[in-house]
Design a protein around this ligand. Structure first.
Ligand SMILES: Cc1ncc(COP(=O)(O)O)c(C=O)c1O
Length: 376
């Protein structure tokens, strides 16, 4: 058992806790990919924005990618770097500020490019986000290239030659994907857009690369990127979100009540799936918890909001858990606290950092003021 889990009783509850050792393990994998493939890796803040980790992250990977002005500002302030910006849409009021703090900026549509092209300046590298209309992602909600997708310019709408202001191409096609999936999508991209790649000096291959997942073929990834770089004489960027925080921390919670109703026994938590782990309901998926059994008494874990669907079924325990028992959700560092809400005003889990030598450090505790001033 890790040092963090041995000390779980001393950690404020509820709390998202990142384990620095596990985070650095991911960073080392990503750095090796940068070193061996020659690509640059950017953290997609939409997936992981715990900025306490940004200075450490900067020792391993090259920067950050922003999907909004707020994220771009956070990259500037906390990484000390200009952002790679790839917004679904830039707005008139924000565009100049985004440009000032970005080194690279991708347009999601031709109409966005046309709208802002008079404002472009020489210090930013611009790209078209391209939709190859091909992806191995079977789950439609997470497929950026699903039919009718609002993301990226399709083949039929792209000009034969890149406008003089555009030096790059941006593709985001993957989700929790393997190196082989990237290989497949690149074949399609080359067939459709090879002539544009010849004209570009940089390409961003988006996120969805599950690089830090055990079993991911990093060797194949490095080979693919290296040969792509050489073939097109092009700089390659990857912008994973999930792979940054994958398996690096927990949501520590506890049971506040146990309710039996007919066939169902629900342990009510001091956290909510809807407000704190929304992907469990959106996707949906059943998160893993520490000490879960494959067989035993089946319990539903219920969130503490009024939303009827705020529960996940099928957790197995040796016996019905008791009020006060601690439940530790695994792998809760990506797409969790970047998506949380104050729905029902329920207590927002604290944010904390665990280091095996120095122990627990509280980064942020949320209080009534945080709740109140989101509302007016
Ligand atoms: C444009 C873009 N880049 C990068 C990412 C990060 O993807 P992931 O967290 O799956 O690696 C996303 C996720 O939605 C995205 O839309």
């Amino acid at each position: 058992m890790s040092e963090l889990l041995k000390s779980i009783n001393q950690i404020p509850n509820p709390c998202f806790v990142i384990d620095e050792k596990l985070f650095i393990k991911n960073m080392l994998i990503l750095k090796k990919v940068e070193d061996l493939s020659g690509c640059k890796i950017l953290c997609a803040l939409k997936g992981f924005s715990m900025w306490e980790m940004f200075s450490k992250m900067s020792n391993y990977i090259s920067g950050g990618t922003a999907s909004s002005l707020n994220e771009a500002k956070l990259i500037n302030e906390k990484m000390g770097k200009k952002a790679h910006s790839c917004f679904v849409a830039y707005s008139e009021v924000e565009f100049n500020e985004v440009q000032e703090i970005s080194s690279h900026l991708s347009f999601n549509s031709i109409s966005q490019f046309n709208r802002f092209k008079k404002k472009l300046n020489g210090s930013v590298k611009y790209a078209f986000r391209v939709n190859p209309q091909f992806s191995s992602v079977s789950f439609e909600k997470y497929n950026p290239c699903a039919e009718g997708s609002r993301f990226g310019i399709t083949e039929q709408d792209l000009p034969k030659d890149l406008p003089k202001q555009i030096s790059g191409l941006h593709f985001h096609t993957l989700c929790e994907s393997s190196a082989k999936d990237l290989e497949d999508v690149l074949k399609e991209i080359e067939a459709k857009f090879g002539h544009l790649l010849q004209q570009a000096s940089w390409v961003n291959l988006g996120g969805g690369h599950h690089i830090t997942k055990p079993g991911y073929d990093t060797e194949l990834l490095c080979e693919i990127i290296q040969s792509f770089r050489e073939k097109y004489n092009i700089d390659v960027y990857l912008e994973p979100g999930e792979a940054i925080g994958l398996n690096t921390g927990y949501l520590v919670s506890k049971i506040e009540d146990v309710i039996k109703n007919g066939f169902e026994t629900t342990a009510i938590l001091n956290v909510s799936f809807a407000a704190h782990m929304p992907d469990c309901l959106e996707m949906p998926y059943k998160p893993n918890i520490i000490n879960e059994l494959s067989e035993g008494v089946e319990i539903t874990l219920g969130g503490n909001t009024c939303m009827s669907g705020d529960y996940v079924r099928g957790f197995k325990f040796t016996a019905t858990p008791l009020i006060g028992d601690i439940i530790v959700f695994k792998d809760m560092m990506h797409y969790t606290f970047v998506k949380t809400t104050f729905f029902n005003g329920v207590k927002h889990p604290s944010l904390g950092l665990w280091n095996d030598q120095s122990g627990f450090k509280l980064l942020k505790e949320f209080n009534y003021t945080d709740f109140k001033y989101r509302l007016s």
